[in-house]
Design a protein. Structure first.
Length: 168
């Protein structure tokens, strides 16, 4: 688990287990398996598309995302990422926030990067490559899969402009 900004941590499933249930932590589980599947209790690989918590589920102290580490950006739900980024913002003042996925290299750091871009002045917001390099200086473990990398690149300007209504 690495603190990349005051009270904002990026980590793995093992880090989630270490803080699970602690009142001073808010956790964002950015992994469909096992977290979203367990929260909704569905069988097989897919949550029912008409389920009200299909994209994400809120539980006390946690937000659980239906998010796979896909090679294709079409499998990255914009509403899921927006909910995660906004949940960090909502909880960061009153809790430590852990954003985790299974390995802590793709989904969770992508969400943390977009949060920092939208809600802080950590980055210059002039060129994507410069902001990405600055993020790598904060979190050197960042190795996004193609789908997450494309989502971040495609939506960088909207987050940099702090306008998530244009997210695609």
């Amino acid at each position: 688990m690495i603190e990349i900004h005051p009270d904002l941590f990026v980590g793995t499933q093992y880090d989630e287990a270490a803080v699970h249930g602690r009142a001073d932590w808010f956790v964002i589980s950015a992994a469909k398996f096992p977290y979203h599947k367990d929260a909704l209790g569905y069988e097989g690989r897919e949550a029912p598309k008409d389920h009200p918590e299909y994209a994400f589920a809120r539980r006390p102290g946690t937000l659980i995302l239906n998010l796979v580490d896909a090679d294709d950006v079409k499998f990255i739900g914009p509403e899921t990422i927006v909910a995660a980024v906004d949940a960090i913002h909502e909880h960061i003042g009153s809790s430590k926030v852990l954003v985790h996925c299974n390995r802590g290299v793709s989904r969770s750091p992508s969400i943390a990067f977009l949060y920092l871009l939208k809600y802080t002045d950590v980055f210059r917001r002039e060129k994507f490559d410069e902001d990405l390099q600055d993020f790598l200086n904060l979190y050197s473990n960042y190795e996004p899969k193609r789908g997450m990398a494309e989502f971040v690149r495609d939506n960088w300007s909207s987050y940099a402009a702090r306008d998530t209504h244009a997210i695609r």
